[in-house]
Design a protein around this ligand. Structure first.
Ligand code: ZN
Length: 496
């Protein structure tokens, strides 16, 4: 058997075990009774240790080297498989085991400290833990790559991304975005549109969510929606995509838009090329592309006036208190713009201001221009500059996100890339198919999905994310289409 065939056998085995471990993780977030967590944590640690040992065995490195020397006959799938295996093998073997263990311990302690620090809004409780996670994460980056540590971390989350490139994108995006956020917030404040009072029964929300997800093409024969505290989407098999949501009986739009978001991720997972089964080339290409799919269905399709107009009738059957609401008023409620403190609650217009702030702080930390002890003050200054609000306490400021406790430096920019990519992909899809101008027509969702299947989903990880964007839209990720989308939205809010 040649080396590439051995690698494919290994991938098959890692996929079987990895997806089994993912099922345990999904169950932990949905149905696991509280006292089951101790044994579950042991199970998960066992699986991840097994997967790591199996993948980092010396013979795997030999196979990758030997396969690269074999004649692949110019097969692009094989080339992508070997490129990704080489990358992942190097990452997994370059970091010493002691450092991996130290980071795992430090992040789990930091997570606990963060929960308490956030509840008490006390930065000092978190600072020593964050210092340790930060130092270990920087050491990890130094082992992995030759570049600047922050660039190495950005590349871990979005292949090819650098601080210089993302900084340049923000330089173009921010001035108009700050202005749009001011105008949008003022227009929404004047319109004063509010959702009629609940309750919106959970059972009726479930029905609506399911109907809407099916209408945009999510295949329930190969997926489910379950309930969780922190919504996510996970792939347990090519024909087993799990979406999750949570319910608030005072506001059905929270779970509806949460489901549209996760269904966007799920449609991508359901569209990845199944004939490449467990091969690395079948993986989603990046977080920034994954997030473009969720944002596209959540904000551009679900948030469009035509789509809301189309679904208002069905929503009113399920929730009679919506009677009398006009489609335009419904859109003003769903599309409300408001400058607020918490990123995960931010609307589409202000969202990227929250990301810009985090990126600037992370870049300054890794450049040695900002000390961790000074992070709260720097956060609050930057927040006032970008969002014009005075942060009242660290709970609503620098302690709000879990990412840093987990060592997830360099993750945040992928959210903004998702927004920009989503707008740019839709603009390209509309240029190719004018029927996509109106998401009120029932067939429009299917036509958009077909375009995305063809240009994004079926491409798997054959290309790097920016190569894929250039292939699908004619250019790399830029802010123009996203700003044009937000400008149209703000203008409509202003005309209300
Ligand atoms: Zn997402």
């Amino acid at each position: 058997m040649d080396a590439y065939a051995k690698l494919l056998g290994l991938c098959r085995e890692l996929d079987l075990v990895g997806k089994t471990a993912a099922l345990l993780g999904w169950d932990q977030e949905t149905y696991l009774p509280p006292r089951g967590i101790g044994f579950r944590a042991e199970q998960e640690a066992y699986f991840s240790g097994w997967l790591h040992r199996r993948f980092t065995a010396p013979e795997v490195g030999d196979w990758i080297g030997a396969a690269a020397a074999e004649d692949g006959g110019g097969d692009p799938v094989r080339a992508a498989d070997l490129r990704l295996l080489r990358r992942d093998y190097d990452r997994a073997t370059k970091v010493p085991a002691e450092l991996v263990e130290a980071l795992s311990r430090a992040t789990s302690l930091a997570h606990h400290a963060w929960v308490e620090a956030r509840a008490k809004s006390d930065w000092r409780l978190f600072l020593p833990h964050l210092r340790q996670v930060f130092d270990l994460t920087r050491r990890k980056a130094e082992h992995i790559g030759a570049g600047k540590p922050y660039d190495v971390l950005l590349d871990l989350h979005e292949p090819g991304l650098t601080a210089a490139a993302f900084g340049a994108l923000l330089d173009q995006l921010l001035p108009p975005l700050v202005e749009l956020a001011g105008r949008g917030a003022e227009a929404s404040r004047r319109a004063g549109a509010e959702l009629p009072a609940g309750p919106y029964p959970e059972e009726a929300q479930r029905r609506l969510n399911r109907e809407v997800a099916a209408a945009i093409g999510f295949d329930f024969a190969a997926g489910r929606i379950d309930t969780t505290a922190h919504p996510f989407c996970t792939e347990l098999g090519a024909d087993d995509i799990r979406l999750t949501t949570r319910y608030d009986e005072a506001d059905f739009t929270a779970s509806l838009y949460g489901v549209l978001h996760e269904a966007g991720h799920g449609l991508y997972a359901q569209g990845l090329p199944r004939e490449w089964a467990a091969q690395p080339a079948r993986e989603a290409v990046s977080l920034g592309i994954h997030e473009s799919q969720s944002r596209l269905w959540e904000n551009h399709v679900g948030g469009s006036p035509a789509f809301l107009g189309r679904w208002l009738g069905r929503a009113t059957e399920l929730f009679p208190q919506l009677r009398g609401l006009t489609p335009e008023r419904f859109w003003q409620i769903v599309g409300r713009c408001e400058r607020s403190f918490i990123r995960v609650e931010a609307d589409e217009i202000t969202y990227d201001l929250h990301i810009a702030l985090r990126f600037r702080l992370e870049r300054a930390l890794f450049a040695g221009e900002l000390a961790l002890a000074d992070l709260p003050a720097a956060w609050n200054d930057e927040f006032a500059r970008l969002l014009g609000l005075t942060v009242p306490d660290d709970r609503r400021g620098c302690l709000q996100d879990v990412h840093w406790a987990h060592g997830g430096f360099g993750y945040f920019p992928t959210y903004t890339l998702g927004n920009l990519n989503g707008s740019q992909l839709l603009a390209a899809a509309r240029a190719a198919d004018p029927a996509l101008a109106d998401f009120g027509a029932p067939e429009a969702a299917g036509r958009l999905l077909a375009w995305l299947r063809d240009r994004i989903h079926r491409r798997g990880s054959l290309l790097l994310p920016q190569e894929l964007m250039a292939e699908a839209t004619g250019r790399p990720t830029g802010p123009a289409d996203h700003l044009a989308h937000l400008e149209r939205k703000v203008r409509r809010l202003e005309e209300a």
